[in-house]
Design a protein around this ligand. Structure first.
Ligand code: GLU
Length: 481
């Protein structure tokens, strides 16, 4: 099914369907950044909450800057975040003829006009306005000129005839009522002299044809809404409900930049090892709230999401908070899934047996990882080859005394009939008792011998995961200096 109804089927002034239709309209000039992902999420949640449709439109009219890799990255990131869209993806550039058709309708109905001002004229106009410290905008010089004055065969642009008197108020669902004096609106260009539509026209036509009822987007587009309304009103189309959400800032309050984490969604996944449900939950909480709830499942979010919960002030992006949530979701994630995600991060091709070992290691490893990189790093001991190279901290734990303890532990463990955590714990405790030391004093050198590091999951779990042969071998390797 196409997201766009046949243009001919939509009569001017058709009453708006009651079904909620939202859309996400990214310009594919780069990766899907955090702000865009949040806009997509809010549109998705609003549609799902109301049982409506969430549509996707790729605004690829800037031919020089739009790229296929950027389109692929956006679609991939949305899929990863679980933001599925209804109907086919709409590509704006492909609809240029339809945009021009609407511009011509506006011309015919007198809501737009042809402007023959030359580039030189417009530059001179701007310069004189600048010198007079006036706002720089087109002065409407062709607005009321009769067609008979049009220079024969000269190129022209089509401009909207924006209202000059009174004021326009938008009842924005996030910003509240926002009013602009119509005198501030300019007669902006709808069609360029080569016949191509401008962005301002294309957005309005596409939103209308796609049946969009709610335009939820960043508040950097609030000013555009007033201009877009002049086109909508000129066509006599139903007006969408607007919700302009505040932008995301860094923890220091400055506009989000790369140094704050304004990297692509794909980098959160690939480089930072964030789970999609953690990023989704974090983005939801960034600028939207439901009491003090921090951990919110997708199901709860669909149930609770309303525009009334969107805050009016810019939110602050905090990587620490994202990692805290990520840790939470890692702890509750399925072990087989985590094993698969970790396997992708290891530098060797993981065999089915190794994958199974990873899965079995997850209960011991996942409580202590803030991201998948840490989790993958913590699995390293499982795959090391003997004799292990100990890091400095671990090597420092091996003294003549502790090596003797390792030897005692080795003989106790070697004598075990069963290799499960319970038997392993008994054996290590007995060694400690018989040697007159505390459990910790034997656990530390064991950890060093078994993992090559000073920190690891519980020592009994490590022994069990490594298995009898490998464990005894690693201990034996360190019994003598
Ligand atoms: N393509 C615009 C952008 O990426 C969004 C336009 C809109 O949401 O109306 O900023």
């Amino acid at each position: 099914m196409s997201a766009i109804a046949e243009p001919g089927a939509i009569a001017s002034g058709t009453p708006q369907a009651t079904k909620v239709v939202t859309r996400f309209a990214p310009s594919p000039t780069g990766f899907l950044h955090i702000g865009g992902a949040r806009t997509a999420l809010f549109n998705w949640l609003f549609a799902r909450h109301h049982g409506g449709d969430f549509l996707l439109r790729i605004e690829d009219t800037d031919r020089a800057r739009s790229t296929q890799p950027a389109i692929d990255a956006i679609l991939d990131s949305m899929t990863w975040l679980g933001l599925d869209w209804d109907g086919d993806t709409v590509y704006q550039f492909a609809r240029a003829a339809r945009h021009a058709e609407v511009a011509n309708e506006l011309l015919a109905s007198g809501h737009a006009y042809k402007c023959y001002a030359t580039a030189e004229e417009l530059t001179a106009l701007r310069e004189s306005q600048k010198a007079a410290k006036q706002p720089m905008r087109y002065d409407g010089r062709w607005r009321d000129r009769p067609a008979s004055e049009a220079p024969e065969g000269a190129p022209y642009v089509v401009r909207i005839k924006a209202p000059k008197d009174g004021a326009t108020t938008i009842e924005d669902r996030v910003q509240g009522p926002v009013t602009v004096q119509n005198a501030e609106l300019d007669d902006f260009v709808l069609l360029r002299s080569d016949g191509t539509p401008t962005y301002m026209l294309a957005v309005v036509v596409d939103d209308h044809d796609m049946g969009v009822t709610h335009v939820i987007r960043g508040d950097d587009h609030l000013n555009n809404a007033f201009r877009q309304l002049t086109v909508i009103r000129g066509m006599g189309w139903p007006e969408p409900i607007y919700a302009h959400i505040p932008l995301i800032h860094g923890t220091d309050g400055a506009k989000l930049s790369k140094r704050h984490g304004a990297i692509g969604v794909d980098s959160y996944r690939d480089e930072l090892g964030i789970l999609p449900e953690a990023l989704g939950n974090y983005l939801l909480r960034l600028g939207w709230g439901h009491g003090d709830d921090e951990v919110i499942s997708r199901e709860q979010a669909i149930e609770w999401f309303e525009l009334a919960g969107v805050g009016k002030s810019p939110s602050r992006f905090d990587l620490k908070k994202l990692e805290n949530l990520n840790g939470h979701y890692i702890r509750s994630a399925d072990d087989a899934r985590l094993a698969g995600l970790v396997a992708e991060r290891l530098e060797f091709a993981v065999s089915p047996e190794q994958l199974d070992l990873l899965r079995r290691a997850m209960p011991a490893l996942k409580p202590r990882a803030a991201n998948l990189n840490e989790l993958a790093g913590n699995t390293a001991f499982l795959f090391r080859t003997r004799p292990l190279l100990l890091d400095n901290d671990a090597a420092a734990l091996l003294t003549a005394e502790s090596r003797a303890l390792l030897a005692s532990a080795h003989s106790k463990l070697d004598a075990l009939g069963r290799w499960d955590t319970e038997s392993l714990e008994d054996a290590v405790r007995q060694t400690a008792e018989e040697s007159g030391t505390k459990l910790g004093q034997i656990a530390q050198p064991l950890r060093a011998a078994l993992t090559g590091k000073k920190t690891s999951p519980g020592i009994f779990e490590v022994l069990e995961l490594l298995g009898r042969e490998e464990s005894l071998g690693r201990i034996a390797d360190q019994m003598t200096a």
